[in-house]
Structure formats: structure tokens, C-alpha cells
Design a protein around this ligand. Sequence first.
Ligand SMILES: [Zn+2]
Length: 176
Amino acid sequence: MSIFEELIKLDETGNIRFTRWIEWRHRSIGLIHCSTCVALDKCWFLDMKKPKHPQHNNCHCYMVQIPTPNCDNTKAECPLDKFTGYIFADKYSWNGKRKLYETLGFTIEDATYLKKEYEHQAQAEYCKGNYQLGKLDSRGQRINIDIKFMRNNRQIVFTSGWMVRAKGLITNNTPL
Ligand SMILES: [Zn+2]
């Protein structure tokens, strides 16, 4: 397989997708210290779906091309508390999210299942580059990933929010 063939793939809809991945590298020169750039250091992105570069005047960050991430070198972490302490917690029931999960037949008893399912799906989608860039600030780059459930032969999609961390790790901010 040529290098070019490795860099392009057909997605599920038959569209050509460029799959070059990069690792963001922060480099501080002189007195300039940008906390947003520091938060991006060693984070992995699809080259065509990465934060704006350069971030600012005198941004010395640079990109290093990396192999396409896979399930062995990436990790998605979704704290159980996102379900037990947020989605299914009484004090947040006003936001209507619990109702949506209950419509799918989920209760707080399913928190462990949901945590694992979110981690499994998010990791797989991240590796495929199936994410959308969200807000970027000094805490990091947020991405949105679709989590899919089947209910009565219908696919239900929940858009979940994640933070990109260094070296292939993403952590869940909000399940829905
Ligand atoms: Zn920078």
C-alpha cells in the first residue's frame, strides 16, 4: 500500500476522507506562555480537524505527524459519576436529560453499562476521526462525539462532550 493510500480512506457513505493525524506540540520561546497552547501539548487530532494553527502571534507550536490512532494506543474515560451524580441525580432532573435516558429504558442501575458503552463508542469514533471540534480555551480542546443507541429498531443519537488530553486520551465532560 502506498503512503497516499494509507492517508485516504472511504467513510461509511463512500466519501473520501483524509486520515492524516497530528500530535500538537507546544514550544515556549522567551517569555511568551500561552495556556491554551500548553493545554494542547501532545494532543492528537485529525489534521483536517484540529485547532487553528498558529493560535496567535508568535505561537511556536508545531505539528508532528503520527500514525492513525487505534484502540490500543487511545483511551476514552467516562467517570461513573457523570451518570450517578449528574444524569440520574435528582438535583439535575430539571434539565430533562434523565427523562431522555429513561425513554430509552435506562435507569441509574445502568450507570456502569452506560459508562462502558460511552467509553467504547467514543474511543472507536475518535480513532475514526468522527468528532466535531468544540470550544477551546486554557482548559483544553473540547470535542463532540455521537453516541448511538438502538430503540425499537430506531437509532437514537446522543451528542456527548469530551476533552482532548495528551497522547490519545479523551475524558467525558457531559454525556448529553
Ligand atoms: Zn502556540
